[in-house]
Design a protein around this ligand. Structure first.
Ligand code: NDP
Length: 239
């Protein structure tokens, strides 16, 4: 499969790159900064998995950079099978609504919700090339969501983060409906509480385990006729 991973330089994104390469996939690792210090691990993976890894620049808040990344993928590899919208930020943690910096709230929406929208806007046509030419393997759009986006389990705090993930889930559902007659699975996945910069050291889960599970979900196919907001084992989350 040819897989795009956003936010690929650390955390779950990097684990998705590693796991995808081990499985023999072609991976487009999209990173906000291509400066050496940010992509050291990716560069060494590129050497270990010769010919399988492309490192591409993409800031998901910048539509021009998303469009250019899509054009670059088309040029070098013709089409894509899977989009994994992983990049996100968690800001304004534990603040009361009276304390929120609204610019930070806007920034969270820009990265976590509008980012995946920009990516799908420009990469869906690249997925469709594979469909049209009947060369595509498994096709999927995976939005990495969070239990923080669950309406039924809403908690006070993490206002921007929770709201951006609820809105991301709506993007998932709108896309699922839009693509219902095409063989493209569309899922929102809660990856679990993971040891990453975002999840912190106390988290019980390793991102590598989550990444392997996500590939298993993609490979098995989903074929859901309903909204799919699931954990990385495929269990339904509370909407
Ligand atoms: P990290 O904070 O460890 O990594 C976030 C990644 O997103 C980094 O690669 C970062 O790049 C990238 N990123 C941030 N802003 C942008 C941008 N504007 N354009 C492109 N890339 C950007 O997060 P995790 O790996 O922990 O989280 C991965 C996903 O899992 C997220 O969607 C998160 O919401 C979700 N999640 C995580 C949980 C956890 O416990 N960790 C729990 C539930 C959900 P850079 O290095 O350049 O900043």
């Amino acid at each position: 499969m040819k897989v795009l991973v956003t936010g690929a330089n650390r955390g779950l994104g990097l684990a998705l790159v590693r796991s995808g390469l081990k499985k023999g996939n072609i991976i487009f690792a999209a990173v906000r900064s291509v400066a050496d210090k940010h992509i050291k691990e990716l560069q060494s993976l590129k050497e270990s998995y010769e010919g399988q890894l492309r490192i591409i620049h993409m800031d998901v808040t910048n539509e021009k950079s998303v469009k250019q990344a899509a054009e670059a993928v088309k040029l070098t590899d013709q089409y894509l099978d899977v989009i994994i919208n992983n990049a996100a930020i968690l800001n304004e943690r534990d603040k009361k609504i009276e304390e929120l910096d609204m610019n930070a709230v806007l920034q969270a929406f820009d990265v976590n919700t509008l980012g995946p929208m920009r990516v799908v806007k420009h990469f869906l046509p690249v997925l469709r090339i594979g469909l049209k030419e009947q060369v595509a393997e498994k096709q999927a759009v995976i939005n990495i969501s969070s239990e923080a986006g669950s309406l039924t389990n809403a908690y006070s705090g993490d206002y921007p983060y929770g709201m951006t993930k609820t809105a991301l889930n709506m993007l998932t559902e709108k896309l699922r409906v839009y693509l219902k007659d095409e063989p493209v699975d569309v899922l929102s996945i809660h990856p679990g509480w993971m040891k990453t910069d975002m999840g912190g050291n106390q988290a019980p889960k390793e991102p590598n385990e989550t990444a392997d599970n996500i590939y298993r979900l993609i490979e098995n196919g989903w074929n859901s006729s309903q909204f799919a907001f699931v954990d990385d084992n495929g269990n339904h989350m509370n909407i």
